[in-house]
Design a protein around this ligand. Structure first.
Ligand code: DAH
Length: 383
């Protein structure tokens, strides 16, 4: 307790008007000069606490005559109100003072230049993610998400792959036992692709739908172009009168924007995916040599993504009437896009957390990808 408060506490009060005036003067004076919140609280306790000066006077009211009680009671209540108001006012003053002191001491100079040698790097996967979101965002797509741990309904059945469907073997699935059921069909999976987000979006969103779903995917596979965890981005458009022409136009615009080229040869090869009919794979024109891969020119082709018109069974599984609505979908490997665009030869190195690798292949954090400000920022790697 500060000396100021101690002195103030030992003053002996008697219950008369003169004393009330004294208490008022002293208390308001003490409050106005309280330098911190602790002192302020001590003053409050000394005056209004259980054994405080005003509280004690109030306790003594019972012994007074009715007339005196009335008068004293009224004055004490007014005094109490004034003290509370003063405490509140000083509290605000002190809080503002404390905040200002903190703001002063925690001040940072945002105009200081960054030190390049200390700067972190954005991982190529994050960079491609940003680029893809920027391109489709510009086209009016929303970003949708789904869980990494999926049930088999969303990962397979609803995507037109019932149990025992041969297409399930196309993907080396990691299964997770279901603690509540011994039935294998009830076990969970870590999603083998981002396609289950198609179903989750159909279940949740209003029509029409225009989403991309970037995220992690998992398969039991490991070599220079496969890792057990990898990244995909799913695309889904559902509306009335959607045709393959919309799919082709949309994906053509995407690859041009993504590879930052004005023109790029593309072709669609018929393919098979259980969840699309018809299905296709999209290739882009390139020139392959022993040492180089040049995208956008030459007579070679490079497979870039899978796509197709959403199968009527998939629409039905998502609660949508296929006679009224149609859609197209596509799936792209984000890591593969990063390898192609930034010339990274081995996928496994992406996930080794080697800072030297990140320094070499990573990107400057403040160079954000946007369609107006530049996608990959002149294709320049941060070296
Ligand atoms: N889910 C497929 C895979 O992981 C990729 C894919 C192909 C997604 C065609 C699609 C699609 O939406 O239409 O191999």
């Amino acid at each position: 307790m500060s000396n100021q408060v101690r002195l103030f506490c030992i003053l002996n009060d008697g219950g008369n008007m003169e004393n009330i005036e004294n208490i008022k003067q002293e208390t308001l004076q003490a409050i106005a000069t309280a330098a911190d919140m602790k002192t302020l609280e001590e003053i409050r306790v000394a005056v209004l606490g259980k054994k405080g000066r005003v509280t004690e006077l109030m306790k003594g009211l019972g012994a007074l005559s009715i007339e005196a009680k009335k008068e004293m009671g009224k004055s004490l209540n007014i005094l109490k109100g004034e003290i509370e108001k003063a405490l509140e006012g000083q509290k605000e003053v002190l809080e503002a003072k404390e905040l200002n002191a903190r703001l002063q001491s925690e001040k940072i100079d945002v105009t200081l230049p960054v030190r390049p040698e200390n700067q972190g790097r954005i991982h190529p996967v994050s960079k491609i993610y940003e680029e893809v979101v920027a391109i489709f965002g510009e086209m009016g797509f929303e970003v949708a998400e789904g869980p990494d741990i999926e049930d088999q309904f969303h990962n397979f059945n609803a995507l037109n792959m019932p149990a025992n469907h041969p297409a399930r073997q196309m993907q080396d699935t990691f299964y997770i036992p279901n603690p509540e059921s011994a039935d294998f069909d009830d076990s969970f999976v870590v999603r083998t692709h981002t396609s289950p987000v198609q179903i989750r979006t159909m279940e949740k969103n209003k029509l029409p739908i225009r989403i991309i779903a970037p995220g992690r995917t998992y398969r039991s596979d490991y070599d220079a172009t496969h890792t057990p965890m990898f990244h995909q981005v799913e695309g889904l458009v559902i509306d009335k009168n959607i045709t393959m022409a919309h799919l082709k136009g949309c994906l053509y615009d995407f690859v041009k924007a993504f590879f930052e080229l004005d023109e790029i040869p593309v072709r669609y090869r018929p393919s098979y995916f259980p969840f699309t009919e018809p299905s296709a794979e999209m290739d882009i024109g390139c020139k392959k040599s022993k040492t180089e891969l040049k995208i956008g020119a030459g007579t070679d082709w490079l497979e870039i993504l899978g796509c197709g018109m959403v199968h009527p069974n998939v629409l039905k599984a998502g609660g949508i009437d296929p006679d009224e609505y149609q859609g197209f979908a596509f799936g792209v490997g984000i890591d593969r896009l990063a390898m192609l665009k930034y010339g990274i030869p081995d996928l496994r190195t992406f996930f080794e957390s080697d800072v030297r690798w990140l320094k070499h292949y990573g990107f400057v954090p403040l160079d954000e990808s946007s369609m107006t400000g530049g996608l990959s920022n002149n294709g320049g790697l941060a070296r």
